[in-house]
Ligand binder design. Structure first.
Ligand SMILES: [Zn+2]
Ligand SMILES: [Zn+2]
Length: 682
């Protein structure tokens, strides 16, 4: 008789052989009892699986890696297991009428580590979370083993229908339809059964540290036509210390919330009368934005860009050519129709009811992108290789119809201004242009003290044929991007398969001062639009050629970038960006006249100053200016008036002593001109 032989290769290359079926748990035990105890899950031939997954195939070498709490993938499994424990607790507390839908782990979200969406017999609020957490802790204490069960589709559906889980029945139908599955997997932990691909922690006792964080509404499948479900968010870690540190960071982030600070400091507002997602910039916020824009524009002109202005709308046909319409119509405001359907004379009702995808309908679209407009400017003239690259820049406002649930202060909006530019160049010039763009983004980030970042280079999936443009150009462009990040010594990762169908790109992933990651600064190569719009230049050979386009935006959008800056600086902008740079504070009304002279001199020198002649005590005036995050305060009384000096206070460093007005002016003007990120007096 033949003995089965199962071979297992470990990450160090060593091979172990077993006479019969084996599990990763057993392999871990063989390696060391300590590893067996620390094991959370396994990776078999690159796929994550449960520790008790049987490895049964004869004459095959399984590559096995045992995952412990040090592996990022293990944390994801723990968080996902936490969501099952949450669902089990919900059913225990609120009865079999609780329908559980999906409960993924979140690894890229700053605040949350997992959620589960429920259809509940009666609503819950945040006040119910401690009770649910207590039930979860009980389930963890029970150390219930988790067990994978496979069921044929029909059994599975019957089972879920019997449990009253109609969403799961719908999900099984989808699996059959989309993936033609014959069986589905379930996980059982005690009395609780949930459909899931897994893998999971081996038992509920392995979840070491978790916390429920909030309750929110979420539409089933994210579609507002569907029922609103209850989403419970939480997070989980392998130890209490990591959990506590993260909760402290989240608390810090809450204090820095740009929506709260934006209101306190009077920077911007979102008025329901104007519309959700359409921010209004108040004078102080507008000052910050205008300073950033002026700075960037100066830099662009120094780098050979030319500024343009284009309208906020464009013909539907323009976007039919670019491909933005009708393909992205779900993320746009409805078109403004100017003619009815072409085959009949039109009345008002026809305008309103013209089908959005009627390809003959005439009208305009709020622009979702600036590129088609800039392309028309390129096309207005003949171009020779000698006058390329052409770099057209615009602080261009665009409109996208984000779902109302997605909107968030300045960071997710429906109307925003991109610091946009389009570079039209020859393939030979691409590398130098990309390098200059990367250099610009680096300059912007370092000037604002955002120094912790890496770049992501998104390349094509070599196995796919969805990409436009020829292969040689793609190879060249991808190498161009690689060369640039290498030459500039950037910390970078390459992500194959993440390129857009029209070209590879570089994104900057920036960490702010509390460790949150933001995607800023995109540089995108595009072969598609030059093709669609038939762009040309005359080459050295006197023949027409296709230019390459680069889309790039160092800030991304002014709204989002300033939202991030508000949180990064917690509202305390560097002097050059501060809406009010100096507060002039007379200690009593006797010194109002002297204070006004000082104030006038500051204004005349171009410093944004404010004079506080309220009847408040000086302590209250200092407190108000400090709360308003004004960098410098000049406290003026008898001594200052007699000596013609100013007593200087800094918002964080406090009293800096007296100096002549001329000396102070010199100091702030230098600091403003140099756009220092931190103050010389701080
Ligand atoms: Zn699961
Ligand atoms: Zn563009």
């Amino acid at each position: 008789m033949d003995l089965m032989k199962i071979s297992v290769q470990l990450p160090d290359g060593s091979v172990r052989e077993y006479a019969q079926a084996v599990t990763p748990a057993r392999v871990a035990e063989d390696i060391s009892p300590r590893l067996a105890k620390a094991a959370v899950a396994a990776e078999v031939d690159g796929c994550l699986c449960d520790l008790d997954t049987p490895l049964t195939e004869d004459a095959r070498i399984y590559g096995v890696k045992i995952l412990t709490d040090r592996d990022e993938a293990a944390l994801e499994i723990a968080r996902h297991s936490a969501s099952h424990i949450l669902a089990q607790a919900m059913v225990r507390l609120y009865g079999p009428g609780v329908q559980y839908t999906i409960g993924p782990a979140l690894m890229d979200d700053f605040q949350y580590g997992f959620y589960y969406d429920f259809d509940l017999p009666s609503p819950i609020t945040a006040e119910d979370l401690p009770k649910i957490e207590a039930e979860m802790a009980k389930i963890v204490g029970e150390k219930i083993p988790t067990q994978r069960v496979e069921m044929p589709v029909d059994d599975a559906k019957r089972h879920m229908a019997d449990l009253g889980q109609s969403y799961k029945v719908e999900m099984i139908d989808d699996l059959v339809k989309n993936e033609a599955v014959a069986a589905v997997s379930f996980y059982r932990q005690g009395e609780f059964l949930d459909m899931c691909r897994g893998p999971h922690l081996p038992d509920t006792g392995r979840l070491k540290a978790f916390k429920l964080l909030s309750v929110a509404g979420a539409y089933w499948r994210g579609d507002e036509r569907n029922k609103m479900l209850t989403r419970v968010y939480g997070t989980a870690f392998f130890d209490k210390k990591q959990l506590d540190e993260q909760l402290a960071r989240v608390e810090e982030a809450r204090k820095r919330d740009h929506r709260v600070i934006g209101k306190q400091l009077g920077l911007f507002l979102i008025s329901d009368a104007v519309g959700p997602g359409l921010p209004l910039w108040m004078p102080r916020g507008a000052t910050v934005r205008a300073q950033l824009q002026a700075w960037l524009q100066e830099e662009l002109i120094r780098r050979g860009y030319q500024m343009v202005f284009t309208p906020h709308i464009g013909r539907l046909d323009l976007y039919r050519t670019s491909g933005h319409y009708p393909y992205y119509k779900d993320s746009q405001f409805p078109p403004i129709f100017t003619g009815g359907p072409s085959e009949k004379p039109c009345g008002c009702a026809d305008y309103a009811n013209a089908p959005a995808d009627d390809d003959s309908a005439e009208g305009y679209l709020l622009k979702p992108m600036n590129c088609p407009h800039h392309i028309q400017i390129y096309k207005a003239q003949q171009h020779s290789y000698r006058d390329l690259p052409l770099r057209l820049a615009e602080f261009g406002t665009v409109y996208r119809y984000e779902g109302s649930g997605e909107l968030n202060g300045l960071t997710r909006v429906r109307g925003f201004t991109q610091d946009d530019a389009h570079l039209f160049c020859t393939p030979d010039q691409l590398e130098a242009e990309v390098e200059s763009c990367v250099d610009l983004v680096k300059l912007v980030l370092s000037a604002l003290n955002l120094t912790d970042y890496h770049v992501r280079v998104s390349l094509r999936d070599p196995a796919s044929d969805k990409y436009v443009g020829d292969v040689a150009n793609w190879d060249r462009a991808e190498n161009n991007l690689r060369n640039v990040v290498k030459r500039l010594g950037m910390n970078s990762v390459e992500v194959p398969g993440e390129a857009a169908f029209y070209g590879p790109k570089i994104d900057f992933i920036v960490k702010d001062c509390i460790g949150r990651k933001w995607q800023l600064g995109t540089i995108q190569v595009d072969y598609n639009l030059p093709e669609r719009f038939g762009l040309e230049y005359v080459g050295e050979d006197n023949r027409p050629h296709r230019p390459v386009m680069v889309h790039r935006a160092p800030f991304g959008s002014m709204e989002r970038f300033i939202g991030i800056l508000i949180e990064h600086f917690a509202g305390a902008f560097p002097l050059w960006l501060s809406p009010v740079q100096v507060a002039v504070l007379p200690v009593s009304e006797k010194y109002d006249a002297y204070s006004r002279r000082v104030y006038d001199s500051l204004r005349a020198a171009g410093v944004r100053a404010e004079l506080d002649v309220a009847s408040d005590k000086i302590g209250a005036k200092i407190r108000n200016a400090t709360l308003a995050k004004v960098p410098y305060m000049l406290v003026l009384g008898q001594k200052e008036e007699e000596s013609g000096q100013v007593a200087v206070r800094h918002r964080t460093a406090g009293d800096k002593g007296a100096m002549s007005l001329a000396a102070f002016l010199e100091l702030v003007r230098t600091e403003i001109e140099q756009r220092n990120a931190t103050s010389v007096l701080a």
